[in-house]
Design a protein around this ligand. Structure first.
Ligand code: R5P
Length: 307
């Protein structure tokens, strides 16, 4: 069965890198935008192929989600034998539960939309693993944590690994195990989509450098609040590591003014245009390895997230 790799428009650099590593040319795709804003996609013949549709759903999330759905449909109608959605960053995963009466569960809605179109979905470091269960198709959740931990390992001294909120505790423990460090936690409460408040630091960070780890950095509010709270608790310089760098405004102003030792992200969404402030570790090898193994029906083993 031919392995075919098709990419949406969200992250052309990553798509090209994955194709190179898999050893295939990206299959041709045409994406049109009509005057009313609707999207239309078309693909070539994929009859009998094992197709991997690569599309991240970072900002603008809605365009990228609809494009992904349209691609899946076009690929199915072109006769593909098997279709996998490779989604390095899954939008809406943070809406995994109702925080108050009257809210919906956005992650479930997106999972139903996407999960029904693919035979299998491959994602990277979902906001929470519970989102896997919202999909009607199997989800293979890869993790960039080992890559990121390996990248920062040589710069770690007597750092404390910090979870910037309670949701990040398991992730912090994974980093801490890999790096042989201990952990601390910042208590956070979210005031709005752009504002958070750090209410306490649990664990001793006095006179120690800190490694703050999160699944994503969006507006930078969480990191800014964590850094200020950690400084208040006596911590030294902070390094930030996160899988997904959405970096929507005002992330640039917030992060560049913080005096961080480093901010390390992956290219699950395109890296920021605002210069060398962030270091980018590519997930291209991770995705290519997963695609190759799935095509050959081999286990993903060490590529998969284990909390
Ligand atoms: C929240 O639970 C997430 O793990 C991130 O901490 C959060 O979404 C980051 O967003 P922002 O950068 O806007 O604070």
């Amino acid at each position: 069965m031919r392995l075919a790799l098709i990419a949406g428009s969200a992250n052309p650099g990553l798509a090209a890198a994955v194709a190179r590593r898999v050893g295939v040319e990206l299959d041709a795709v045409t994406i049109d935008r009509f005057p009313d804003g609707e999207l239309g996609v078309s693909v070539g013949s994929l009859r009998g192929a094992d197709v991997y549709v690569l599309q991240s759903t970072g900002p603008p999330a809605h365009d990228h989600l609809v494009e992904l759905a349209l691609l899946a449909d076009a690929v199915r109608r072109s006769g593909a034998a098997r279709i996998s959605g490779v989604i390095p960053y899954l939008a809406y995963a943070r809406q995994d539960r109702r925080e108050r009466e009257g809210q919906g569960i956005g992650a479930r809605v997106v999972a139903e939309l996407i999960g029904g179109l693919f035979d299998r979905v491959v994602a990277v470091d979902l906001h929470t693993s519970a989102v896997e269960g919202f999909f009607g198709c199997p989800v293979e959740q890869l993790s960039a944590v080992p890559l990121l931990a390996a990248y920062v390992r040589s710069s770690m001294t007597d750092h404390v690994v910090v979870a910037p909120d309670l949701g990040a505790v398991k992730r912090a423990e994974r980093y801490a195990r890999m790096l042989g460090l201990r952990t601390a936690v910042v208590r956070k409460s979210r005031l709005s989509g752009r504002e958070v408040e750090a209410t306490a630091v649990e664990g001793d960070v006095r006179d120690r450098p800190v490694l703050i780890v999160d699944d994503m950095v969006s507006t930078g509010a969480t990191i800014e609040a964590a850094v200020r709270a950690l400084r208040g608790a006596g911590a030294l310089q902070a390094t930030v590591v996160a899988t997904h760098g959405l970096l929507v405004p005002p992330a640039e102003e917030r992060l560049t003014g913080l005096g961080l030792a480093a901010i390390v992200l992956t290219d699950s969404v395109p890296p920021p245009a605002w210069g060398g402030a962030a270091t980018v570790v590519s997930v291209a090898d991770l995705l290519a390895d997963a695609v190759g193994r799935l095509h050959r029906d081999e286990p993903l083993a060490d590529l998969v997230r284990r909390d």
